[in-house]
Design a protein around this ligand. Structure first.
Ligand SMILES: [Zn+2]
Ligand SMILES: [Zn+2]
Length: 314
């Protein structure tokens, strides 16, 4: 049990939390996931689901990371998560993210206007921030972490960071990719993205052969191209695009997330059927599922911890 590799879904909603009953099945909390690899716990983003996700910080966890995609409020609303203030980890939770994530942490925990406690008093966090631009490969004892700069406004390229964890196990490599808040076809103002083709190509390379692709699928093609075209340039892809790119990359399972606040459970269920039909029609041989609150994905039980320190090279 303590050696399990497990991905768990705690917050699926994009943009704002949706707390009412019609969102409970697919989830109302914003972006929050945990990836446990033996005694290492990785928080993927810190949206409002982080409060419940902190349950995973059990005594068997010896090292924890918070891997932030970027610093927008729906990914960094962790004011009330007690584990960020204190925990039993020797060095606290290590944080990685882009410059925007670092700035948001500094601003949010300002000790006055936005939150009463300043960052300096969050004893549960390690104060060294591992700044990422995308394109890095970092070797940890539990996994190899690769990163990708994605396009997300207002910064544009590098506005969000995608993560890929290649986890060595006794039965071979397990790979889990998390990419959210990225857009390929348009820029703010509905202007066509001139680098769309090369961005898609880089994305396909990044997700190639992944066992799990946990990806932003906020819009549908119909919304993006017909009914709500104004969302072009808001920084999110369509679910059909993600299926197409995952198909090209031979991904095994897509877990669509960052659900639109306008998609209630009834609509999500019918969209899921639509996406599966679309995927089958396109010849996708993997699985597609929309992330549901509390969903747990077991990815094996024999991670190979490499000898030495937790972080082997920066
Ligand atoms: Zn977001
Ligand atoms: Zn965002």
């Amino acid at each position: 049990m303590e050696n399990n590799i497990e991905l768990k879904i705690w917050g699926t909603r994009g943009s704002v939390p949706c707390g009412s009953a019609e969102f409970m099945k697919f989830g109302g909390d914003t972006s929050s996931y945990t990836l446990q690899i033996g005694d290492v716990l990785r928080f993927l983003d810190a949206g409002t689901g982080i409060t419940r996700a902190s349950q995973k910080l059990t005594p068997e966890i010896n090292r924890a990371y918070l891997n932030l995609s970027h610093g927008h409020a729906d990914h960094l609303n962790m004011g009330c998560a007690g584990s960020m203030y204190f925990n039993n980890l020797e060095n606290g939770i290590y944080i990685t993210g882009n410059e925007n994530a670092k700035n948001s942490l500094d601003k949010f925990f300002d000790g006055k206007d936005l939150w009463p406690v300043p960052l300096s008093q969050l004893g549960g966090l390690n104060k060294s921030f591992h700044l990422l631009e995308g394109g890095e490969t970092v070797q940890y004892s539990d996994s190899e972490m690769q990163t990708l700069a994605n396009y997300h406004p207002p910064k544009g390229m590098g506005g969000s960071i995608g993560y890929r964890f290649n986890i060595p196990t006794a039965d071979g490599n397990v790979s889990v990719v998390y990419t959210t808040d990225m857009e390929f076809d348009y820029t703010p103002g509905g202007i066509v993205q001139p680098k769309s083709a090369e961005m898609k190509s880089a994305y396909v390379d990044f997700i190639r052969g992944a066992d799990i692709l946990l990806a932003d699928t906020q819009n549908t093609n119909e919304e993006y191209n017909v009914t709500t075209k104004f969302v072009r340039g808001f920084g999110h892809p369509t679910v059909e695009q993600i299926v197409d790119l995952a198909n090209e990359a031979d991904v095994k399972t897509i877990i669509g997330t960052h659900h639109s606040p306008s998609h209630n459970d009834e609509l999500m269920s019918s969209l899921e059927t639509h996406v599966r039909d679309y995927a089958t029609g396109e010849g996708f041989r993997g699985d597609f599922v929309y992330a549901r609150d509390g969903m747990t994905i077991s990815l094996g039980n024999t991670p190979l911890k490499r000898a030495g320190s937790y972080e082997l090279a920066a």
